[in-house]
Design a protein around this ligand. Structure first.
Ligand SMILES: Cc1cc2nc3c(=O)[nH]c(=O)nc-3n(C[C@H](O)[C@H](O)[C@H](O)COP(=O)(O)OP(=O)(O)OC[C@H]3O[C@@H](n4cnc5c(N)ncnc54)[C@H](O)[C@@H]3O)c2cc1C
Length: 511
């Protein structure tokens, strides 16, 4: 039935890009700039993907900002520092792709700047030996705003609300894609290549079950539309997913405010971004800290050290449900509404007010303490003089909360749980709601240096490319700013090679 659908000239392009996040936009622009016709297909009503939800940090060396700050850095040192973030996983890295990233991300960064994006940085992030992290201003929507506008201006054809369902393969070569279902079904043909840039699979139950531990698979994603379509399509044509068990999270994070913060609502305007960059260098700390706290709302993950120092995790009913020092992120998804609160007594609250006892990291100010939450994240900060009052504030049954604390302290006394400070002295603070989420699933299709998808015997599947999260190829991207660095860098390389496959004989007259 599907084969009876004829493609027409509106549906024939040199390059097809699947997905309109950072990777897809970079791929489409690159292919178009070397004179090929390009269509970008996005399943959601608007472009953006996880790229548009991110904080927006990108890590690169030899940036104009590094040079202006007198920091002399190199891709080689960046390459050498990255395993420090991967810890025990380091031996599973794709070293060839790490080299591709660290060698090319400086140029990617300058390209992004040349299109009008404005960055703040570089910020330190050990174990990087030099400050390399840069954050886009005013927020990550600027990436999408700037790249979408530029892509359209260059003549990339963009279709939104069009979901790619499968690849079309003829004589072993990928020659196009089928989109939609039923009457909306359509074919698009590619003379050059198809680039899968459809993000990660943190929202795909089947792929999570296949590649991750069962208890990890049931944890919700941050982006519910990261459904791993590209990984699934790649697997269908003989590709393989590498490091499918690796993910950022499950991690307990503060829920972002229900209303967009002032900073997230700011229009991605270049003048404003420049003013912000200037202000961040010149603002006094008391003014900068509230600003940054509203900037990084999706980022804030309470430090696990809170639990070592005695903080107690309860569910929305005030029940204590897990040993906080034994993978609490895996227990929280089994609780009502999957939501919890972290309780601190006075001693703990005092402790988490200064270095080295921070509540969370926060790019831009490095570390956020209890006072930062009290002043700037009132939506997740609750304090009361007694447990009863705290329970009422959180809509919990006071008796249940008091019993939870008694049992928790009892378990410490009788050695049933690991020794840590008991929860005792009022006043008390509750931080939350918190939720356990998979931030990003790092399993991507196996690819080579040209971002061709590798199939049987590690040979490229002709006509098929994958980049960004979909083409992560076993590359480990721990630390901040490496995922976006890979998204834009690999997207551009994939777009270039997919374009080269459309030979000059195919070039449309207008190109
Ligand atoms: C809260 C949060 C904060 C983050 N902050 C940072 C950060 O500061 N720095 C950093 O480096 N990384 C960060 N990351 C990770 C980073 O954002 C992602 O790794 C990166 O954006 C992935 O880009 P991508 O283009 O591969 O995927 P995406 O940006 O998700 O784009 C994929 C696109 O493909 C579309 N798509 C999917 N399937 C189909 C289909 N079948 N047909 C058509 N379209 C389809 C999707 O709708 C989506 O628009 C963060 C992640 C999260 C969740």
């Amino acid at each position: 039935m599907a084969d009876m659908i004829e493609s027409d000239s509106d549906n024939s392009f040199d390059v097809i890009v699947v997905g309109g996040g950072g990777t897809g936009l970079a791929a489409a622009i690159e292919a178009r700039q070397i004179g090929r016709t390009v269509v970008l297909l996005e399943k959601n009503p608007t472009l953006g993907g996880t790229t548009g939800l991110s904080v927006g940090s990108i890590t690169a060396t030899n940036t104009p900002q590094q040079l202006a700050a007198g920091i002399f850095d190199s891709p080689r040192d960046h390459f050498d520092d990255m395993p420090g973030f991967a810890g025990a996983l380091a031996s599973r890295d794709n070293v060839e792709l790490r080299r591709l990233l660290t060698d090319n991300v400086p140029e990617t960064f300058r390209w992004l700047q040349s299109l009008g994006l404005v960055f703040y940085g570089p910020s330190p992030e050990p174990p990087h030996r030099k400050p390399r992290m840069h954050t886009v201003l005013p927020n990550s929507r600027a990436y999408i705003h700037v790249l979408e506008k530029y892509a359209k201006k260059q003549g990339v054809v963009i279709h939104e609300s069009v979901r790619v369902m499968e690849l079309i393969r003829e004589d072993g070569r990928v020659v196009g894609v089928r989109t939609g279902i039923g009457a909306a079904r359509r074919e698009f043909r590619a003379r050059g290549g198809v680039v899968l840039a459809s993000g990660d699979f943190s929202a795909n139950g089947q792929l999570k079950t296949r590649f991750m531990a069962p208890e990890v698979a049931k944890v919700d994603p941050i982006n519910p539309t990261s459904e791993g379509d590209g990984q699934a399509m790649g697997l269908d044509v003989g590709g393989k997913v590498l490091n499918g068990d690796v993910s950022l999270g499950p991690e307990i994070r503060f829920l972002p405010p229900t209303k967009e913060t002032f900073v997230r609502k700011l229009p991605p305007n270049r003048g404003l971004a420049r003013f912000m960059a200037w202000s961040m260098d010149h603002m006094p700390a008391w003014l900068l800290r509230p600003f940054v706290m509203s900037f990084v709302t999706t980022w804030l993950a309470p430090s696990l050290r809170l639990f070592d120092e005695g903080a107690v995790l309860v569910n929305i009913n005030g029940q204590h449900f897990a040993d906080e020092v034994d993978a609490p992120a895996l227990a929280l998804p089994n609780q009502p509404e999957k939501i919890g609160y972290i309780l601190l007594d006075k001693t703990m609250a005092q402790k988490f007010s200064s270095w080295p006892y921070f509540i969370s990291t926060a790019p831009g100010i490095a570390y956020a303490y209890l006072a930062d939450y009290r002043r700037n994240r009132k939506d997740v900060y609750h304090a009361a003089r007694s447990l009863k009052r705290l329970a009422r504030k959180l809509d919990m049954d006071p008796t249940v909360l008091e019993e939870s604390i008694q049992k928790h302290n009892g378990a410490i006394d009788n050695g049933a749980t690991k020794a840590r400070p008991k929860f005792e002295t009022p006043p008390f603070v509750a931080l939350g709601p918190v939720k356990s989420s998979i931030i990003i699933a790092d399993g991507g299709l196996a690819v080579n240096r040209d971002l061709q998808v590798l199939g049987d015997n590690d040979l490229p599947v002709p006509g098929l490319y994958a980049a960004g999260s979909t083409g992560q190829g076993g590359l480990l991207l721990e630390g901040h700013g490496h995922h976006l660095g890979w998204a834009f860098t690999s997207g551009r390389i994939a777009g270039r090679h997919a374009a080269y496959e459309a030979t000059s004989a195919d070039l449309p007259k207008s190109a």
